[in-house]
Design a protein around this ligand. Structure first.
Ligand SMILES: *Cc1c(COP(=O)(O)O)cnc(C)c1O
Length: 489
């Protein structure tokens, strides 16, 4: 399988690249992204043949269908990391929460959020490629809270890879921050930025696109790559669990194979939803993909009106900070897939220069044939958390946004798979507030009160964080990012 560029070719980049090349250098011509030239068709036979497969077996065969240029031994080593999840036999449990609502729990990995699903195997793949080529890589990552811990965890002490991770200071939960600043491997650098996530992501994109920065790295014989979901090496692993979740519903007798379902995805940078889009295009029986947002509802507006409009908009801080994003990078791959490179380049350049674009009526109809969208504010989210808890299910505020989309966006009584992206431990003050009304608790106090309320223990992996020494304490202005990273190298 070859990868082509979402904004067309500038004559300097190769017109098509392999999977490994798309992973190692994820930014394409004109600031575009790499997308698969075509998608494998899985079909009904593939689904029935995998009813009895375990997660790793399914993953192996989907990667084979994509015909990725990665040695099988490396893929097997990467997939073996799912054995570190709570239940190696089923790293992604799918739990029935309402009559036709099933929750696919993507957070049973080492950092307790869904980023582990892709970043765990991605770390092995990237480090192996770097070693095979005898090259050193710098992975730049900007995080709203969960990508950082997952990237640090996967690359910690790995050969030929260094990581510089930028997070918005004050924009993450205590647990997320502690997961990052307590990492002390020599190949990791964690940098707090005075600003919000979009500031951190813009800084990342600027460095990735900067020829002078690249030149300075080249002097040190270091290549640059990114671990955000602009990297297709993450998206491919995020396609797998959508197929798995569908098969789980069939295994549980909730559906028969071929029956359509809704996928209901809490969305920020649109990587999770894009994985669902590809799974649908590959033949998974999906009626529609429901895009759940918080008050940073650019995606709700795009899907409901065809307008992507950042004018007069600033990121608002919500109780689901991993979705506090206005520039949702991966929607570009959907535009490319539906409307082609020329139109995608036109739209994305208009967004850059004028802060908005508008789809034609025909384009909007195509988008609405695949997606429906709604957003959920913090108060509504708390009410869903409380209601689900009363029914015996404890969930985090990102997952809660999906419950509103479930109520408002379905037009057929089909089974719905809600994707749960974080364990309750990562956003405990909001959950404690929803359950008990308590205000302003620190993470540790909130963890204790939820544990008492739900009669469960705080997982050791989280409790231990509060006693670990802080290894990374730098918080800097945006303007100093480049120098700080060069100093680290
Ligand atoms: C990253 C993240 C999201 C958003 O996922 P995207 O793939 O960026 O749309 C939602 N919830 C949590 C908890 C996350 O960490």
């Amino acid at each position: 399988m070859k990868f082509i560029e979402t904004r067309g070719n500038d004559g300097k980049h190769a017109t098509q690249v392999s999977f490994s090349e798309a992973i190692l250098s994820p930014i394409a011509s004109f600031g575009g992204l790499y997308s698969p030239e075509g998608l494998p068709q899985l079909g009904a036979d593939f689904l029935s043949a995998h009813l009895a497969a375990d997660y790793k077996g399914l993953a192996r065969d989907i990667l084979a269908a994509f015909d990725v240029d990665i040695d099988q031994a490396v893929i097997d080593e990467a997939l073996a990391l799912y054995d570190r999840f709570d239940d190696p036999a089923n790293p992604v449990p799918v739990v029935k929460v309402k009559e036709d609502l099933y929750v696919s729990e993507l957070w049973h990995g080492p950092t307790r959020a869904f980023k582990d699903m892709a970043l765990q195997p991605f770390g092995t793949v990237l480090s192996s490629l770097a070693q095979q080529r005898g090259e050193e890589y710098l992975i730049l990552t900007a995080t709203s809270g969960d990508t950082g811990p997952a990237a640090l965890e996967t690359f910690k002490d790995r050969a030929n890879v260094r990581v510089a991770c930028m997070y918005p200071d004050g924009g993450t939960s205590d647990v997320q921050r502690l997961q990052m600043v307590t990492e002390d491997a020599a190949n990791l650098k964690v940098i707090g930025i005075k600003g919000d996530f979009d500031d951190a992501q813009s800084a990342l994109k600027r460095l990735l696109g900067s020829d002078t920065f690249r030149e300075k790295l080249r002097e040190k014989q270091i290549f640059l790559s990114a671990a955000n979901s602009v990297n297709f090496g993450r998206i491919i692993f995020q396609t797998i669990y959508h197929v798995h979740s569908y098969l789980e519903l069939a295994r549980q007798g909730a559906i028969t194979l071929g029956e359509k379902v809704y996928l209901d995805v809490p969305s920020g940078n649109f990587g999770n939803a894009l994985g669902g889009y590809y799974a649908m295009k590959m033949g998974l029986p999906v009626e529609k993909i429901l895009i759940a947002s918080n008050r940073n509802n650019v995606l709700t507006q795009l899907i409901n009106t065809g307008r992507y409009d950042l004018r007069a908009r600033n990121v608002v801080a919500t109780t689901s900070p991993a979705m506090d994003i206005l520039k949702s990078s991966n929607i570009e791959r959907v535009l490319f897939d539906l409307f082609g490179p020329a139109r995608t380049r036109e739209l994305m350049e208009q967004l850059d220069s004028e802060q908005h674009y508008e789809l034609s009526a025909g384009e909007l109809a195509q988008l609405q044939g695949i997606f429906a969208a709604d957003f959920c504010d913090d108060e509504q989210g708390k009410a869903y958390i409380k209601e689900a808890f009363a029914g015996g299910y404890l969930m985090d505020p990102h997952t809660a946004t999906c419950f509103k989309a479930y109520e408002n966006c379905r037009s057929a009584p089909l089974k719905t798979i809600v994707y749960s992206t974080a364990e309750w431990t990562k956003f405990s003050p909001v959950i404690a507030n929803a359950l008990t009304g308590e205000q302003g608790a620190s993470d540790i106090d909130a963890l204790k009160s939820i544990a008492a309320e739900a009669k469960i223990a705080i997982p050791a992996i989280i409790a231990e964080l509060f006693d670990k020494p802080i290894a990374q304490s730098e918080v800097i202005d945006k303007a100093d990012i480049e120098q700080t990273i060069l100093d680290f190298l």
